[in-house]
Write a protein that binds this ligand. Structure first.
Ligand code: NAP
Length: 277
């Protein structure tokens, strides 16, 4: 009788020591009493294709992918989902039993799942969403907001041409606002999202004027270190419903864990505590 192999998964990046994913996956593996392992893999760009093609032969069922490999991994994959193609990056790779390498992006799913969990009354269709930033994370946020029916996205980025490129790609529901006028977007917005790295530990503070935030608007920040950013603090004081960015990180991991280990994990207070410990 041959023993069933123990499934292996991990997160691949460069650098990787800062990643919270090993702590998250190990918490779920313990919680659901699953015989499996999840490891951080530090891989240089030049080795990426070799490593990815070798991992299934070592018992890996899949991997999460982080900076700087999120785009390159799509070229290595045999199949890329529509949502990964739309976002232009992949963060979840599945090694299928038929040998095919399947690349997906769950960041948009994680973003929306976090908003729905943190602001249960959130209705995407009640009004425009204001999005700050036009980097990699903004693409997932914009694609998913449009997908769930936000009528308009007011988009502002320090480097305006990057916002205009997203407008050209995602279409007429995007309206670009100059960075110096970003604060004006909030007066009309039912949803507000910071996708810039401003406000993150070690980065400059987000200095966009916030006095236009509307009571009752749902405000979220992708930055989760610190958990309560200045944006979220000011939004709380203005009577907004605030949702921190840690939940996005946790929710985006759910589809991969379910696929690799066969259980759909809960994102709950214990999950947050395990990752923050
Ligand atoms: P990115 O592609 O490097 O984009 C960075 C964004 O921040 C760009 O819009 C950039 O504007 C803006 N920015 C940086 N410094 C700025 C400054 N001094 N003034 C004005 N704007 C500035 O990074 P990313 O991958 O999109 O990530 C953005 C943030 O989201 C990071 O803090 C990351 O940790 C966080 N994130 C969180 C999650 C989660 O699960 N919660 C998931 C993904 C990302 P320019 O275009 O003008 O440079």
């Amino acid at each position: 009788m041959t023993a069933k192999p123990i499934p292996l998964a991990g997160v691949i990046g460069n650098p990787i020591s800062h990643s919270k994913s090993p702590r998250l996956f190990r918490h779920w593996l313990r919680t659901y009493d699953i015989a499996g392992h999840y490891v951080p893999l530090h891989v240089a760009e030049r080795d990426l294709a070799d490593v990815i093609r070798t991992l299934p032969r070592m018992g890996f069922v899949g991997i999460n992918v982080t900076i700087p490999h999120k785009v390159a991994v799509m070229e290595i994959a045999d199949l890329v989902t529509d949502r990964a193609t739309l976002i232009g990056a992949a963060n979840t790779v599945i090694f299928r039993k038929d040998g095919k390498i399947h690349a997906d992006n769950t960041d948009g799913y994680g973003f929306i799942a976090n908003l729905r969990a943190g602001a249960p009354g959130w209705r995407p269709d009640v009004g425009p969403a204001a999005v700050l930033g036009a980097g990699g994370a903004a693409r997932a946020v914009i694609a998913s907001l449009l997908d769930v029916g936000v009528p308009q996205i007011l988009l502002s980025n320090r480097t305006r041409p990057k916002a205009e490129a997203l407008q050209a790609e995602f279409g007429r529901r995007i309206k670009v606002v100059d960075w110096v006028q970003a604060g004006n977007m909030f007066e009309d917005s039912a949803t507000v999202v910071n996708t810039t790295s401003l406000g993150m530990e070690g980065q400059p503070e987000l200095r966009v004027p916030l006095d236009g935030l509307q009571r009752g608007a749902v405000v979220t920040d992708l930055v989760y270190a610190p958990l309560r950013t200045r944006l979220l603090q000011v939004a709380d004081e203005a009577g907004c419903v605030t949702v921190d960015g840690l939940g996005m990180l946790l929710h985006q991991a759910v589809p991969g864990f379910e696929r690799w280990f066969g259980v759909r994990p809960e994102v709950d207070v214990d999950t947050r505590a395990a990752v923050l410990a």
